[in-house]
Design a protein around this ligand. Structure first.
Ligand code: PMP
Length: 292
């Protein structure tokens, strides 16, 4: 079955789906995106993802290409046409097509591309947890915006892949871990506190991070939002990462050193199980994070 993409009002097979060579997303990375998981045919945390998309657009003064109900229809139609029951839907909005000039074009006609594909959950395939390596965070100062300007993330992920690691944890100018190339970073202290960095401009405020936080607090676990260093992570009882595609993923080695006893920790496993139950049962438009 050929994959179908939505591009500016048309559904087309991938081989025919294309954007203009002067699309500002292509030329300047002047574009934002979102990825929403589909589980059992349902969208996981759809509203918070769309809220974050709106925020990225607003902060960058980019026009929404269509209103939210129309976007939701396009997402569903793309998922349906690609027969995705478990997978992801990807949407990208750029500031549109204009003669190459750094300043915004006079018109406000954004481009919208939507794709969808089936995936298998990564955490199920890596029950023993994953290794990460660390690297300097060389990104800009608005990492809270989900833009397609991902070259530093690409370079760090490639470095991790070449080192045989699943992810790279990036270290900011303040000496603390910021986040992973495409996930948020967590540690669990000896006193069973789950620690993750506060959502400033230094990180993307992950939707999974927020849902896991809500799930953890509901279950009576203590969650603390503060920065932590590599030394603290190396001495932690447990570590994990969270994202739309990795869910709750245990981290068992950092830069080659085992975390705890080198196996997924008990709190990590408990949060992983609770997140799987939540995502598997997610209804369109409902969220444990309550739109936080
Ligand atoms: N940080 C970065 C840099 C990311 O790209 C992602 C993935 N979108 C995340 C964190 C996790 O965000 P979410 O849980 O919303 O997928």
């Amino acid at each position: 079955m050929s994959r179908i993409a939505y591009v500016n009002g048309r559904y087309a097979p991938h081989r025919d789906a294309a954007v203009h060579i002067e699309d500002r997303g292509y030329q300047f990375a002047d574009a934002v995106y979102e990825v929403i998981a589909i589980q059992n045919g349902r969208f996981v945390d759809e509203e918070p993802h769309l809220d974050r998309l709106d925020r990225s657009l607003r902060e960058l003064r980019m026009a929404a290409p269509v209103a939210r109900p129309a976007l939701k229809h396009i997402l569903r139609e793309t998922v349906r046409r690609n027969r995705v029951r478990d997978g992801i839907v990807y949407m990208q909005i750029s500031r549109g097509v204009a003669r190459r000039d750094h300043a915004f074009p006079a018109h406000r006609e954004s481009s919208l591309v939507v794709t969808a594909r089936s995936t298998t959950p990564k955490s199920a395939a890596r029950a023993g947890g994953v290794a990460v390596v660390t690297t300097e965070d060389i990104r800009w100062k608005r990492c809270d915006l989900k833009t397609v300007g991902l070259l530093p993330n690409v370079l760090a992920k490639q470095m991790a892949a070449e080192a045989g690691a699943y992810e790279a944890w990036m270290i900011g100018a303040d000496g603390a871990i910021t986040e992973c190339t495409s996930a948020n970073a967590w540690i669990v202290t000896d006193t069973r506190e789950a620690v993750t960095r506060p959502p400033t401009h230094a990180i993307l405020n992950g939707i999974t991070r927020r849902t896991v936080r809500a799930i953890a607090e509901e279950a009576g676990y203590s969650v603390v939002e503060r920065s932590f260093t590599l030394d603290e992570a190396l001495a932690a009882a447990e570590a994990f990462l969270t994202s739309t595609t990795s869910h709750v993923m245990p981290v068992v080695r950092i830069d080659g050193a085992p975390i705890g006893d080198g196996r997924p920790g008990p709190l990590t496993c408990a949060l992983q199980a609770q997140y799987e139950a939540y995502a598997g049962a997610a209804e369109a438009g409902t969220t444990a994070a309550g739109g936080a």
